[in-house]
Design a protein around this ligand. Structure first.
Ligand code: SRM
Ligand code: SF4
Length: 572
């Protein structure tokens, strides 16, 4: 299939790297054996991303080491795929053990329902990856220019179709996983493949995708996966209690660059409807069209959102239809209500109990006064259900039996894990921050280490205004890449430089409207003065049921921007 008739543009450097890499091998094995440095070669650090591994350095001590003329304090971040966010208590225990053996004694539950380890040094990398695989989880395609961890509403209480939908998300994950044997060969001591002929990537080809690719599945009314923020989405359509198919969304994404208007966050378009039998083929079709038509010359313009934006969703649908060989039907009605988690106890349709716990910014760790990691470990030791990572960086202790419930309740109380002890406002429960400093090489400002303090200061205003129990979605990132989906926060902060943030307001509570820039370059110390009066006005002037994001638009603080086309599918 030919992508374009225009004269060919110069390909981005990574394209050559992928072609030459022998299906993602590069010289990773040789680099791992060289212990004269804690780093890998620049080219290999691009390739290890496809294996779920990022080279990083501790930015807190970068300047000090430079002064002492020491190499940067290199270590590796390892991302573990958890399709749909569901893992067993045994797997939780293994992740906990590996973090305490090879990493920095913390686990990061990510905004895409995965685990991240930070601080693994080169000499421990291979063993760590091997032991993650021994726990029947993997890191392949957790990063890189491929389809990454597939997300799915994690709360099993939602509907009878949940298990079916979760299975679908796991099937997408399997069908879009890279087929190269390089992963096995490098990390699991597989047989060395002598020639590239033996490897094949039926869907991706040798150069994989132009850029990262993200897929999600949602069951309305919950939009906790923020479906419109992702390249490809499937919205479960349930009629008379049965899953009849999915509305397919394409072309969402968050990342942008400051001062570059050619880059922007974009909400996905609803492309149409397909049946459950057609859905895997449609997923493949969307990937293949992006493979062939995505921009391989400019990585800042290479995401699917730009392909859809440049050509339009109708053009995109036609290309997918040509590939899959059937028509994609018009979309069916659906309605989302919110993007948050259902905290506390819920009862599942299976008669089991589920407990959603607030984990501040997804960082599982022990501190002198709060033994969160130990508490969750003790729960995992007795729990016979599952753990479910949410897209809001929280955790569900899922499928708890009647017999186990008292024991788990006792551990929750013993370790102070209950939500009431640690998150007294709806603002905090709905807060989310990306990792940022000290590990993220792209951070311009603090995020995970700063948001809890800022929320604390805003909580004073919230309490005074009588808004303790009101859910307000607040998100922060240390740079404009958008890892905590800040452009879908009713209040969004995006780092500009140390101690300074762009402040955004006005996103839709249901995830269907982006927020808008309210003020640029706001200093940390000025944020409460900026937002306090708006919060107080909201408390006094809001209409019945009016959400904070909607109010900031009605009150004229910001103007509404594009709304995902959800309203006209579901009139009411
Ligand atoms: Fe992200 C890059 C962390 C979700 C958009 N992201 C990074 C890196 C790997 C920095 C780097 O490239 O060197 C960060 C590692 C930090 C660290 O020290 O761990 C990083 N991203 C994260 C996580 C861990 C944030 C979190 O606190 O949970 C999330 C891991 C998700 C996962 O399990 O796979 C994470 N990143 C996201 C999301 C949200 C989502 O997908 O729902 C986005 C916005 C959606 C999107 O993709 O458009 C996101 N991350 C980016 C981008 C911008 C991409 C773009 O199109 O411009 C980058 C930079 C890049 O790719 O060049 C990036
Ligand atoms: Fe790093 Fe920026 Fe992503 Fe935050 S948003 S983790 S600072 S890349």
């Amino acid at each position: 299939m030919s992508a374009s008739t225009d004269s060919p543009k110069k390909l981005a450097k990574n394209e050559g790297l992928k072609t030459e890499s022998n299906f993602l091998r590069g010289t990773i094995l040789e680099g791992l054996a060289d212990l004269s440095t804690g780093a890998l070669s620049d080219d290999d650090t691009q390739l290890t991303k496809f294996h779920g591994i990022y080279q990083q350095d501790d930015r807190d001590i970068r300047a000090e080491r430079r002064k002492k003329k020491l190499e940067k304090a290199f270590s590796f971040m390892v991302r573990v795929r958890v399709p749909g966010g569901v893992c067993t208590p045994q797997q939780w225990l293994e992740m906990d053990r590996l973090s305490n053996t090879y990493a920095n004694h913390t686990l990061k539950l990510t905004t895409r329902q995965a685990f991240q380890f930070h601080g693994i040094i080169k000499s421990n990398l291979k063993t760590s990856i091997k032991e993650i695989n021994d726990a029947l989880l993997d890191t392949l395609a957790a990063c890189g220019d491929v389809n990454r961890n597939v997300m799915c509403n994690p709360n099993p209480y939602l509907s009878e179709v949940h298990a079916e939908v979760l299975k679908f998300s796991q099937d997408i994950s399997d069908s879009l996983s890279p087929q190269t044997s390089a992963y096995h060969e490098i990390w699991l001591d597989g047989e060395k493949v002598q020639s590239t002929e033996q490897d094949e990537e039926p869907i991706y080809g040798k150069t994989y995708l132009p850029r990262k690719f993200k897929t999600v599945v949602a069951v309305p009314p919950s939009n906790d996966v923020d479906i419109f923020a992702h390249c490809l989405g499937f919205i479960a359509i349930v009629e008379d209690g049965k899953l009849v198919g999915y509305n397919v969304t394409v072309g969402g994404g968050m990342g942008m660059h400051h001062n570059n208007e050619k880059t922007f966050p974009r909400l996905a378009d609803v492309m149409g409807f397909c049946t459950p039998e057609q859905a895997l083929k449609v997923a493949e079709g969307v990937v293949v069209i992006q493979r062939d038509y995505g921009d391989r010359s400019d990585r800042k313009h290479a995401r699917l959102k730009y392909t859809v934006d440049d050509h339009g969703v109708d053009w995109f649908r036609e290309r997918v239809e040509e590939y899959v060989g059937f028509k994609i039907e018009p979309a069916r009605p659906f309605k989302f209500e919110d993007t948050g988690d259902r905290f506390g106890w819920t009862e599942g349709v299976d008669g089991k109990h589920h407990l959603t716990l607030y984990i501040p910014n997804g960082r599982v760790k022990d501190t002198p006064d709060f033994k969160m990691m130990t508490g969750l470990r003790e729960i995992a030791k007795v729990h016979d259900g599952d753990f479910r990572l949410t897209a809001n960086q929280n955790i569900i202790i899922g499928s708890i039996s009647d017999e186990k419930k008292p024991e788990i309740e006792k551990l929750i109380a013993e370790y102070g894990l209950d939500n009431e002890s640690r998150a007294k406002t709806g603002l905090r429960l709905n807060s989310m921050a990306c990792v940022a400093l000290p590990t993220c090489g792209l951070a311009l400002a603090e995020s995970e280490r700063y948001l809890p303090d800022l929320v604390g200061r805003l909580e004073t205003v919230i309490e005074e205004a009588g808004l303790r129990d009101d859910a307000i979605v607040i998100r922060m990132t240390g740079c404009p890449n958008g890892c905590a989906r800040p452009y879908l926060g009713e209040i969004g902060f995006v780092g500009r430089s140390p101690g300074k943030y762009n402040v955004y307001l006005g996103a839709g509570f249901d995830g269907s409207r982006l927020n808008k820039l309210y003020q640029e370059n706001v200093k940390e110390e000025d944020i409460v003065d900026l937002l306090g009066p708006i919060i107080q006005r909201y408390a006094k002037e809001r209409e019945e049921g009016e959400r904070f994001g909607d109010f900031t638009i009605r009150a004229g603080y910001v103007k509404a921007v594009k709304v995902a086309r959800t309203d006209w599918w579901a009139p009411n």
